[in-house]
Design a protein around this ligand. Structure first.
Ligand code: DGI
Ligand code: FE
Ligand code: FE
Length: 197
């Protein structure tokens, strides 16, 4: 079903509590800003943001079913349930909302875990999720400040915080998150080397 922007917004809003909808509005606004600041497509960024948490509040067994029955990465099921809504959400965006732009689908799919070679759009949506105005956790001000001028460095600070939290709680880290973090370090080192030349 292909909905226009207003219909899409109304449908997504219906599927989550008010608080999570306010978060989604924050991610929409921040994704557009970051896309404009760092040269990504604001229309795609907003679309990915609208849908990024579409099934966050669906029952977890339903999220697991989507992963099992549609050949999504099965190893997700061995890791924290918080990771599931991103992959399930991309599947829902494609099959229930008719989104066919692979870049947008990837940005939804990897907004929680990240991945090794994140696209500009992946980074924008993932960072917007970390720093939208409603977010309040130690370190968020620093991330917002870094994001004024450096997308990769700000996102790295975000992943580092998540990884630290998972370590402190004795949880496992999904391998894509480690690859995403390492990938950003490599990108930042390469950028520094180019600047030195
Ligand atoms: O859906 P949101 O709450 O807006 O944010 P999100 O999609 O980034 O979910 C983040 C949560 O997922 C965060 O509380 C940490 C948790 N999580 C559990 N295991 C992992 C993980 N996050 C990452 N990046 N990697 C993991 O392995
Ligand atoms: Fe999410
Ligand atoms: Fe989110």
């Amino acid at each position: 079903m292909k909905l226009n922007r207003e219909q899409l917004i109304a449908s997504v809003k219906e599927q989550m509590p008010e608080k999570r909808w306010l978060h989604t509005l924050g991610v929409m606004e921040t994704s557009i800003q970051l896309a404009e600041r760092f040269g990504s497509d604001p229309v795609k960024a907003e679309l990915a943001a609208i849908l990024h948490d579409v099934c966050k509040y669906w029952r977890v067994d339903e999220q697991a079913r989507i992963i099992r029955e549609n050949s999504l990465p099965q190893d997700l099921l061995d890791y924290d349930k918080e990771l599931w809504h991103a992959h399930a959400g991309a599947w829902v965006a494609r099959t229930e909302y008719g989104v066919d732009d692979e870049e947008v689908l990837d940005a939804i799919r990897y907004h929680t875990s990240g991945r090794e070679r994140m696209t500009l759009l992946d980074k924008v949506v993932c960072l917007a999720d970390y720093m939208e105005p409603g977010r309040d956790y130690p370190g968020v001000h620093m991330i917002r400040e870094i994001a004024e001028h450096n997308l990769e460095r700000a996102l790295l600070a975000g992943f580092d915080g998540t990884i630290r939290l998972l370590l402190d709680r004795g949880k496992r880290i999904y391998p894509l998150t480690v690859l995403a973090r390492n990938g950003l370090v490599v990108e930042l080192n390469e950028l520094m080397e180019t600047n030195e030349q």
